[in-house]
Ligand binder design. Structure first.
Ligand code: HEC
Ligand code: HEC
Length: 350
C-alpha cells in the first residue's frame, strides 16, 4: 500500500516538474502525456525481488521505451546486433542453438547467453557475477567489441537524431533529454518486468494441474539430487559453484575468480536457473552441452574432483537410467509457453 502511494507521489512529482520544465521551454508547448505506473507482480510462492526499482519506478512508457531499445539495431555499431539478436524470445531470450553468441564483425562471445527472465530476483548477473545491478548491465554488451561494439555517446547521438525517441523519452521521463541513465533505466524496466512463472510446474504447485507419474517421480529425483543448488522456486540459489567440468583450454575461463581474484573461486560459475531449460540449449557457461541429458550424464559419470569442486557433486551424482528418464520428464514441465509467446515482450510493431 505505502509502496503504491510513494510511486504515485513520485509520478505526481515527475509530472509536476515536467510541467514546470515544459512551461519554461518555448520550443515545445504540447502537454506531457500522463505517466502510467506499472507494478512488478510477484508470482505466488516467489520470495520478494531485489529492490532494483527503488530509484526507477516502472511506468508503461518507460517499459515501452525499454522494449523499443531492446529490439533496436541502432544500439550496435553496424546496426545489425540489437540485444534481441542474442536474446531471442522463442528461446526464452537466450541465443537459440548457439554455444557462443556472435556480435559485430562476426566475432564470438566467450560465453553462452543466458535466458532473460525473473531478473528482478538476481543480485548478481553474468556467469561470474561480474555485474551487480540490472541497470548497469547493458553497458557491458553495448561496449564489448565482440558484442555490440558501440560507445554510449554513439548510441545517445543516434537516439537524439530520432524524433520518435525524443517523444518516447519525453513520455517516459517528462522531457526530451536523452542520456545514458534514462536509456539504462528504460532497459532495466523492460527486462525487470520479464517474469516467467507460468509453467506446468507452477500450475501443479497452485493445484491447477497434476504431474504424470514419470514427472512426479522425476520431481523426487530433482529434489533429492539437484535442488540444493537449483533451488525452487527460481531453480537457482544464486551461488557460484564448480561442478567439475574440465577447463576449456581455448577459452581459459576461470569464472568467478576473474572477478574476485581468489583462488578458491577458480572455475566457479553462477548456478543457472532450470526454468525454461528445454528452450535454452546449448548448456553450460560455454554452451558445451547440446542436450539436458548430456549435462545429467556429466554429473553421473565425469565430474572432475579438483580443489574447488563442490562437495555436493565431488563424488558424482548417482542415478539409474530410469531415474534419469523421469528427471528429464520433470525438467520439461519447467517450460513457460505463455512467457515466450507473450506479446508484451515481443518486438514492437511499428
Ligand atoms: C553478441 C550477443 C549479445 C548481445 C548483442 C547482447 N547480449 Fe546479453 N548476454 C550475452 C552473453 C554471451 C551473456 C553472458 C555473459 C556472461 O555471463 O559473461 C549475456 C548476458 C546478459 C545478461 C545477464 C543474464 C544473467 O542471467 O546473468 C543480461 C541481463 C543481458 N545479457 C542483457 C542484454 C541487453 C540489455 C543487451 C542489449 C543492450 C544485450 N544483453 C545484448 C550475449 C549478448
Ligand atoms: C553443486 C551445485 C549443483 C548441483 C548439485 C547441480 N547443479 Fe546443475 N549446475 C550448477 C552450476 C554451477 C551450473 C553451471 C555449470 C557451468 O557451466 O560451469 C549448472 C548447470 C546445469 C545445467 C545447464 C543449465 C544452463 O542453462 O546452461 C543443467 C541442465 C543442470 N545444471 C541440471 C542439473 C540437474 C538435473 C542436477 C541434478 C541431477 C544438477 N544440475 C545438480 C550447479 C549444480
Amino acid at each position: 500500500m505505502t509502496k503504491r502511494v510513494t510511486i504515485w507521489a513520485l509520478v505526481l512529482l515527475l509530472s509536476a516538474s515536467a510541467f514546470l520544465l515544459d512551461a519554461c521551454r518555448k520550443t515545445d508547448k504540447s502537454p506531457v502525456p500522463a505517466i502510467t505506473s506499472m507494478t512488478l507482480e510477484v508470482p505466488p510462492g516467489f520470495p520478494p525481488p531485489e529492490n532494483i526499482f527503488k530509484d526507477n519506478p516502472i511506468t508503461r512508457e518507460g517499459f515501452e521505451l525499454g522494449r523499443r531499445l531492446f529490439y533496436d539495431g541502432q544500439l550496435s555499431k553496424d546496426g545489425k546486433f540489437p540485444c534481441a539478436s542474442c536474446h531471442q524470445q522463442f528461446a526464452a531470450f537466450s541465443t537459440f542453438d548457439h554455444a557462443l553468441s556472435h556480435g559485430v564483425g562476426n566475432q564470438f562471445t566467450i560465453r553462452n547467453a543466458q535466458g532473460l527472465f525473473n531478473l528482478a530476483w538476481h543480485r548478481e548477473m553474468h556467469w561470474d557475477g561480474g555485474i551487480n545491478h540490472l541497470e548497469v548491465q547493458p553497458l557491458a554488451p553495448l561496449t564489448a567489441p565482440n558484442e555490440m561494439g558501440e560507445t554510449v555517446e554513439g548510441v545517445i547521438a543516434k537516439l537524439n537524431a530520432d524524433s520518435r525517441y525524443r517523444e518516447m523519452f519525453r513520455a517516459a521521463f517528462g522531457d526530451e533529454t536523452i542520456n545514458s541513465q534514462r536509456m539504462l533505466r528504460a532497459l532495466s524496466q523492460f527486462m525487470g518486468m520479464m517474469v516467467s512463472a507460468g509453467s506446468k510446474y507452477d500450475q501443479v504447485k497452485q493445484g491447477r494441474a497434476v504431474f504424470t507419474l514419470a514427472e512426479q517421480s522425476g520431481y523426487g529425483v530433482f529434489q533429492a539430487k539437484c535442488a540444493s543448488c537449483h533451488a525452487e522456486p527460481l531453480f537457482t540459489d544464486f551461488s557460484f559453484r564448480n561442478t567439475g567440468l574440465p577447463l576449456n583450454t581455448s577459452l581459459k575461463d576461470m569464472g568467478r575468480m576473474r572477478i574476485t581474484g581468489k583462488r578458491e573461486d577458480s572455475l566457479k560459475f553462477k548456478v543457472p536457473t532450470l526454468r525454461n531449460i528445454a528452450l535454452t540449449a546449448p548448456y553450460g557457461h560455454d554452451g558445451r552441452f547440446f542436450s539436458i541429458g548430456a549435462v545429467v550424464d556429466h554429473y553421473r559419470f565425469s565430474v572432475i574432483d579438483g580443489p574447488t569442486t563442490d562437495p555436493l557433486v565431488r563424488k558424482r551424482i548417482g542415478m539409474s537410467s530410469n531415474e534419469k528418464a523421469d528427471l528429464l520428464q520433470f525438467l520439461q514441465t519447467l517450460t513457460d509457453n505463455a512467457f515466450v509467446n507473450d506479446k508484451r515482450f515481443g518486438q514492437p510493431v511499428e
